[in-house]
Design a binder for this molecule. Structure first.
Ligand code: B12
Length: 221
């Protein structure tokens, strides 16, 4: 049935199936979209939109924590299908060094891992600190690997204070190179106001935008 849907219908259907947590149907539709050569990044975008709707339903108490866990699982399975395609499609020569982690108090890592996939495809060397990373861990690792850019990921409102603290510690580094390394934020709840509060150099809500911002920062460095 899905094979005769138009591109737009396939997009709407996938968003709905992720939002409704219909794991098998969502995966089936992703396979169909792969077969008909839909852009893998558009498929990711649609799943992200479905996840946003899961979050809204959770907020309205139509869903519980188990739904967030399930949504995370669906996204992981979708990424298992898409990763080889994304790796094939995007490749670039060596570029900058990127240090990345999800800030202290936050364990969301799906978006962070997507960014790693894309940055790696675009030639960046990525050092991933994982999740729930304390400010001094960022600083210690930055002193070791001397990155060109540092990225902080966080989806919880409470993460903004961790981000701010991390930026303060990095900026206070006695090593002038680390103190002046551009720091960018990522997570779908962010906005300009948060970026100003955290005193970061930029923010994005999308991994591809993040790659472009990093490329721009590298040119200016
Ligand atoms: C899946 C999910 C979970 C999973 C996470 C699994 C995992 N391994 O990550 C689990 C079940 C663990 C979870 C737990 C919780 N969650 Co949750 N979760 C979500 C959900 C539904 C989807 C998040 C997601 O993966 N989105 C898809 C990815 C691809 O998008 P993304 O993360 O934004 O990443 C993209 C960009 O932002 C960017 N990016 C990301 N990081 C970075 C970094 C850099 C440097 C750059 C450049 C770019 C970049 O690239 C990505 C790809 O494009 C969101 C809803 C939402 N609106 O996001 C709630 C949500 C984030 N969770 C929420 C809450 C409340 C919780 C819990 C507190 C629930 C609880 N009662 O325990 C806990 C918190 C645990 C903790 N201490 O962190 C709230 C946060 C509300 C708030 N304002 O603080 C949300 C918004 C749901 C809601 N609307 O209420 N959650």
């Amino acid at each position: 049935m899905e094979q005769i849907l138009s591109t737009n219908d396939r997009r709407v259907e996938l968003i709905r199936r992720v939002a409704d947590l219909e794991e098998q149907d969502a995966l089936k539709l992703v396979r169909i979209r792969i077969e008909v050569n839909d852009d893998p990044l558009t498929i990711v975008e649609d799943c992200q939109e479905g996840m946003r709707m899961v979050g809204e339903r959770y907020e309205r108490q139509e869903y519980f924590l188990s739904a967030l866990i399930m949504a995370g699982e669906i996204f992981r399975e979708v990424m298992d299908l898409l990763t080889p395609l994304i790796e094939l499609r995007f490749s670039a020569s060596e570029s900058g060094v990127f240090l990345l982690g999800t800030v202290e108090g936050d364990i969301h890592d799906i978006g962070k891992n997507n960014l790693i996939l894309l940055l790696t495809c675009y030639g960046f060397t990525v050092h991933d600190l994982g999740v729930n990373v304390a400010p001094n861990e960022f600083l210690n690792r930055a002193l070791q690997v001397r990155p060109d850019i540092i990225g902080l990921s966080g989806l919880l409102t409470s993460s903004y204070d961790s981000m701010r603290e991390t930026v303060q510690q990095l900026r206070a580094s006695p090593d002038p190179r680390i103190a002046s390394t551009p720091i960018i934020l990522g997570g779908n709840q962010l906005n300009e106001q948060v970026c100003r509060y955290v005193c970061a150099d930029g923010w994005v809500t999308d991994a591809m935008e993040g790659v472009r911002l990093c490329q721009q920062l590298l040119v200016n460095r």
